[in-house]
Every structure is written in structure tokens, then in C-alpha cells.
Design a protein around this ligand. Structure first.
Ligand code: G3H
Ligand code: 13P
Ligand code: NA
Ligand code: ZN
Length: 311
């Protein structure tokens, strides 16, 4: 069934488990993710960035948002797991409105680059509009950036606990993304993966909200190796290890944003397949191995986060 993201995440917050939110840009990733979630009987959050919406709508956000709602809502209503569709990192007012109008389950307003007061003001405005339309809202505080061992830098870029409390109370967001040391993409840490667990625990305590971890991909080396065996170069790539993810879930993370891991699995499968079958030119055939690797990553992720059989 097609559901509100808030329903999935309120349950996850009560039960202290995580639900991955998987980014997509097209049908093939959606199908591969859905296959994995169905096999695991896991609730599912699909998310699309503003770039994905522009891409799908051939630069028209309204067309793009409707494209994803049509594809996902219809499929969701034929299967036995809860599925939500979320706008990831909404920043452009037109795209946020397009997502709300088209029927997204939830939107993120990302004004985390603004100063605190301005972020609060913008977020509160979007919450008012979205809630009137029955759409739930995510917002973020702090910058997505690694901290290494620099304590002073950490104070400047990571979420501030007192601000998190005031922000959640004032804006009435439904779920909250605190910056605790992760970053987007395949190159998250130079040395050891370091996240600020202490800050995370306190944010959970003072906000009581379902919490979101951005930049949560693990950059699974198994797929990095396959991709590199067939010509890719992902030298120096590093993600959030599975045991670190588990720890964040234990301390209150419930929505675990995952894009990079799917992209790497897909390209590994595609490169591997094409290297072995020079005669193939049917996309339904040459994409299958890529989709199988995406599906495997999805199932592994569901096991790590503990959302299997939580439907
Ligand atoms: O927030 C980052 C997500 O991985 C989406 O990235 O803007 O390339 O679609 P994108
Ligand atoms: P990754 O780049 O770690 O997959 O993060 C994705 C994300 O945070 C999307 O909002
Ligand atoms: Na998001
Ligand atoms: Zn993100």
C-alpha cells in the first residue's frame, strides 16, 4: 500500500529499528529495490532528489514529480508492503510544491545551509503548507561533512543539541536529520569512520523524533572490487561500515538514506555483464545483473537495519 512516510518512521522510532530510504532516478532501480523489499517483507521508502525530478520530467518539475508518483503509487497499491515516496533535499520552492501537489508522501526542506533562525523560518513555512496537504516533512540541522579529529570543526559543522530541541519544537517537523559526521558520496572518511554518537543520543533524547541519517551508504567493497575488476576506478572510496550503522540505529536513527551503494552495485553488475557478453544489446537482459546486485545490496541493508518483517 501507498502510505505516509511518517507512519513508517513513527513505528521504526518506537521499535528502535532503521528503514532505508533508497534514492532512484528510473524504473530499473525501483523494480530492483522493490524486489528486495518484498522478499524481506520490509517497509520501503523511495526517495528522489530534485535532480531526479528534473531528470524524469525533462526539466519540468511538475511532470517529473507526477512521473514518480504515477509509477510508485500504482505499484505500491498492488503489493503487501507499505511504500512511501519522499522528496530528498528539497530546496527549490517550485519543486517542493510540485512534489506536494503530485502526491508525494513526504518532503524534505533542506535549508541547512542557512543560519539557524532562517532555517527555522523557512522550515516552519514549508511544514505549514505540507501539513495542510497531508504531507509529512523532514528537515536538517548542521553540515554533512566528515570531522576527523578536529573538535573545533565538529562544533561548527555538526548539529547543536540545544538548537535541535528548539528547531523541532518550533517547526513541528515530523522527522529530523542531525549532522553527526557523515557526508554524501563514495569518499566519506580518510581514516577510520567516525560519527558523534554522543551528540546523536542527546538529539534523540531532547527531540523524541524519528531521526534521519544522510550520507549513510556503506560503500560495500565487494561491489567496488567487481566494478574495478571491469575497469572502474573508485580508489580511496569509503563508507559507513555496517557495525557503525547498527550503532546509530541503536541510538535512535530510523531513516537511513542510501544512494551511492545502489549506484556502485548497479555499475558493477553492468560492467561485469557487458564484459562477458559482447553480443547482447537488449536492455532488459544487460541490465538484469546490475539489478540483481542492487537487489542484493537492498536485502543486505534491510538485514543490517532490522526492518525485515516489520510490515
Ligand atoms: O543527496 C544526494 C543524493 O545522493 C542524490 O544525489 O542530486 O545526484 O540525485 P543527486
Ligand atoms: P549516500 O551518498 O551515502 O548514499 O547518501 C545518500 C543521501 O544522503 C541522500 O539524501
Ligand atoms: Na531526505
Ligand atoms: Zn542526503
Amino acid at each position: 500500500a501507498y502510505v505516509d512516510t511518517k507512519d513508517i518512521l513513527d513505528k521504526a522510532s518506537e521499535g528502535y529499528y532503521g528503514v532505508a530510504a533508497f534514492n532512484i532516478n528510473n524504473m530499473e532501480f525501483f523494480h530492483a529495490i522493490l524486489e528486495g523489499a518484498l522478499e524481506k517483507k520490509s517497509p520501503l521508502i523511495i526517495e528522489t532528489s530534485e535532480g531526479a525530478i528534473k531528470y524524469a520530467g525533462m526539466n519540468d518539475p511538475y511532470r517529473g514529480a507526477r512521473f514518480f508518483v504515477n509509477m510508485i503509487k500504482d505499484m505500491a497499491n498492488t503489493v503487501d508492503i507499505p511504500i512511501a515516496l519522499h522528496l530528498d533535499h528539497g530546496n527549490n520552492f517550485d519543486i517542493i510544491m510540485a512534489a506536494i501537489k503530485a502526491g508525494y508522501s513526504s518532503v524534505m526542506i533542506d535549508a541547512s545551509h542557512e543560519v539557524f533562525e532562517e532555517n527555522m523560518r523557512i522550515t516552519k513555512d514549508i511544514v505549514r503548507i505540507a501539513h495542510a496537504a497531508g504531507v509529512s516533512v523532514e528537515a536538517e540541522l548542521g553540515q554533512l561533512s566528515g570531522i576527523e579529529d578536529n573538535v573545533e570543526a565538529a562544533e561548527n559543522v555538526l548539529v547543536n543539541v540545544d538548537e535541535a530541541k528548539e528547531f523541532c519544537e518550533t517547526t513541528e517537523v515530523d522527522f529530523f536529520a542531525p549532522a553527526i559526521g557523515t557526508s554524501h558520496g563514495a569518499f566519506k572518511f580518510k581514516g577510520e569512520a567516525k560519527l558523534d554518537y554522543d551528540r546523536l543520543k542527546k538529539v534523540k533524547e531532547v527531540t523524541g523524533k524519528p531521526l534521519v541519517l544522510h550520507g549513510a551508504s556503506s560503500v560495500v567493497q565487494e561491489y567496488v572490487k567487481i566494478a574495478e575488476e571491469y575497469g572502474a576506478d573508485f580508489g580511496g572510496s569509503k563508507g559507513v561500515p555496517a557495525d557503525v550503522l547498527k550503532q546509530t540505529v541503536e541510538y535512535g536513527i530510523n531513516k537511513v538514506n542510501t544512494d551511492t551503494d545502489l549506484r556502485i552495485a548497479y555499475v558493477a553488475g553492468l560492467r561485469e555483464f557487458l564484459a562477458h557478453d559482447a553480443k547482447q544489446f537488449d536492455p532488459r537482459k544487460y541490465q538484469r545483473k546490475a539489478m540483481d546486485y542492487v537487489k542484493k545490496v537492498v536485502m543486505e541493508r534491510i538485514d543490517i537495519l532490522g526492518s525485515a518483517n516489520k510490515i
